[in-house]
Design a protein around this ligand. Sequence first.
Ligand code: ADP
Length: 473
Amino acid sequence: MFIDGAWQEMERRFDITNPADGSVLESIGDGGAEEATQAVEAAHAAFAGWAGTTAYERAAILSRAHKIMLERRDELARTMTLEQGKPLRAATLEVGYGADFLSWFAEEAKRIEGRTIPSARRDQRFLAIRQPVGVVAAITPWNYPVSMITRKVAPALAAGCTVVLKPAEATPLTAVAMMRVFEDAGVPKGVVNLVTCSDPRPVGDVFVNHPKVRKLTFTGSTAVGKMLAGKAAANMKRVSCELGGHAPFLVFEDADPVHAAKGAQLVKFLNTGQACISPNRIFVHRANLEPFVATLTERVAKLKVGSGLDEGVAIGPLVNEAAVEKMSRQVEDARDRGAGVACGGSRLTDGGLDRGHFYAPTVLTDVTPDMLIYREETFGPIAPIIPFEDESEVIAMANDTEYGLAAYIYTRDIARAFRTFEALDFGIIGINDINPTSAAAPFGGMKDSGLGREGSHEGLDEYLETKLGGFAI
Ligand code: ADP
C-alpha cells in the first residue's frame, strides 16, 4: 500500500502468479475497507494543497514522472510481462503509450480555461471557472496494467484532483512500480495513494459510499461497471466508465483483402485478444472472403505462442483458467452450430505450456448470429469470420449489439467510408486503420461500453467542475 506518502507493509498478503507458468512471483499486501478509508482520508487532506498549486507546478511534476517512466521502461515492461503475460515487446510499447498520457496532460494542465458570458443585465457579469472535482477513486484492469493507470491519474493530477488507485488483483506489481514513479517525480504526500487487495468488493464499497470521494473512474467489465456506477450515482458521485466491447471489423468488396487481413491479424491478436477494442466479429464481403480467410489463416497459424519473455513470442498466455474455459466454450459452441475451424481451436499444452493458460490462436469461418461468439465478448485469441453481401445489412448487423466501443472499416471508397463512419454506433472507429488511439484523442464507448471519454481534453473535463459566478457591479 502507498498511503499518505508512506509505504505500508501488511501482515495479510496474497500471491501474484505468472500466467505463463503458474509460478508465484511475489506476495503483496491485501488491503480492505480500512486501508481504502485511510487512503481516501489522506487524499482528502492533500486535496486543498494540490488544488492550490499552479498548473505550471503540476505540469512540471507530471513531466518529471514522464521522464522517470521512460528511464524505467525496461524494468516496468518486465514486471508487466511477468505478472500479466504479454510479450516483452508489447509491454515495452505499452510503457511508451502510458507515458504519453503524462506528457500530454502535463501540457493540457496549462489550458484549463474558463470563460466570461455576456449578461442581459447591464449591472451583471458572468464568469465560469473550472475547478478540480476533488478526491478521485480509480479502479483499473489487468489487461493494460500501466496505461490504464496513467490514463486516469495523469488527467486527475493535471486538473488538481487527488487519487486513490485500486489496481486489478492480477497486476498490482506494475501499480506499485508506477507509485514509485510518482513518488520519485515529487508528487506530494497523499496526492496519489495505492490500495492493493485480493477481494475488490470492500474497497469498491468504500469508493462508492465514502462522502469524501467525489468521482469514480472505472475500467473493467460491463457487469461490474454498471453495478459500481449505479451505487456511485445513488451518492451523486461523478462517474466515468470504460467497459466491454464487441468490435465489428468490416471488410467491404472494394477493400484490399490482403491488407485488411494483415490489419485484422495485428489488432485481433494484440494482447492475446484481451483488449476492449479487439475485433470480435469480422464481417467480410463474400467477394473478398477467400483471399481474406487465406491470408489471415496463414498469418495466424505462424504466430509463436509462449512466455512473453521468450524471443519471437507474439501470443502470451490468457489471464487465468476461466479465460481458457471461455475460449473452449465459444469454439465448441461455434463448431457444434456449423462454423469451420481454419486454424487453432484448442488449448495448448505441449512444451510446458500446460503450466500456463494458453489457447491456440484460432480462425473460425462461417460464423452465424446464433453462435455464442457472435454475441458474447471473447477477450481472447479467436477471430470469428462472418460473410455478408450488402452494406446496409452489415451496418445493421454491426450495430446489433449492446456494446459500442470500437469498430473498424476497410474500404477504398471515400463516400462509403464516410457513410459507414457516421452510421456505426461506436465511440472509436478505425478507417483502414487498426490503431485509432492516442493520448491526444478521445477514447470511450457508447451504450453498454461506458460513460465519458479518456485522453484528449474530454478526458480532462471528466475531472473538472464548472462553477459560475454572477457578479453584480
Ligand atoms: P475482468 O472480468 O476483466 O477481470 P472486472 O470488471 O472483474 O473485469 O475487473 C476490473 C476491475 O474491477 C479490477 O480492478 C477488479 O478488481 C475490479 N472489480 C471487480 N469487482 C469489483 C467490485 N465488486 N468492486 C470494486 N471493484 C471490482
